[in-house]
Write a protein that binds this ligand. Structure first.
Ligand code: HEM
Length: 168
């Protein structure tokens, strides 16, 4: 093998390592986000931020003592719902980044398609998250929100593992 082709192989390998580090981190972040969503639901905090996309008409409700004094929810409940939205924003950006990396640096169709599926489902999930609040936890909406979360998780897991197991 020539010096140039050695270098090309090394650059490709670095590129793939960068990809699966990003996609693996985003996958882990999605699991944390889903657990935080389940916790929010379990402590009865689904409507602890009663509006959407803001929370009590503000970005950080904890900076407004009058808001926290007036809410019937505990600080933990408001924090759980608020943090779920915040973590969703970060994970959402990560999903977009994963799809961009898959599109520009990955050849395997399964990796590219599943990363594209995850990013395609993202706006649907954000919309369902908003409807979860504005439709007062309507069972069909909450169930849809969980279902799309599972689809995103499966897509990201496939987009990560399919790359990791690629030998070519
Ligand atoms: C990638 C983005 C998101 C994922 C993967 C996700 C995932 C989840 C999961 C798995 C649950 C638990 C469902 C259950 O236990 O039945 C949940 C709950 C919840 N999510 Fe999200 N979520 C996302 C974004 C959002 C956004 C943007 C909002 C905006 C308001 C939101 C609002 C909620 C609410 C209010 C609950 C609690 C529902 C309840 O009380 O039953 N989610 N989420």
């Amino acid at each position: 093998m020539t010096h140039t082709s050695n270098r090309t192989v090394s650059v490709e390998r670095d590129s793939r390592v960068a990809y699966y580090r990003v996609s693996g981190s985003v996958l882990a972040g999605t699991v944390v986000l889903m657990l935080l969503g389940a916790y929010t639901s379990a402590i009865g905090a689904g409507l602890a931020c009663p509006d959407w996309p803001a929370c009590y008409g503000t970005v950080v409700p904890f900076l407004h003592p009058e808001v926290m004094a007036a809410t019937p929810y505990t600080t933990l409940q408001v924090f759980a719902e608020w943090a779920h939205r915040g973590v969703a924003s970060v994970v959402g950006l990560g999903i977009v980044g994963t799809a961009l990396l898959a599109h520009t640096r990955q050849k395997r169709p399964l990796v590219r398609r599943t990363a594209a599926l995850a990013v395609g489902l993202l706006p649907v999930q954000v919309l369902l998250g908003g409807l979860t609040v504005t439709r007062d936890l309507q069972p069909a909406v909450v169930t849809g929100h969980l279902g799309v979360a599972l689809l995103i998780l499966l897509s990201l897991a496939t987009a990560t593992v399919a790359d990791y197991t690629t030998t070519a």
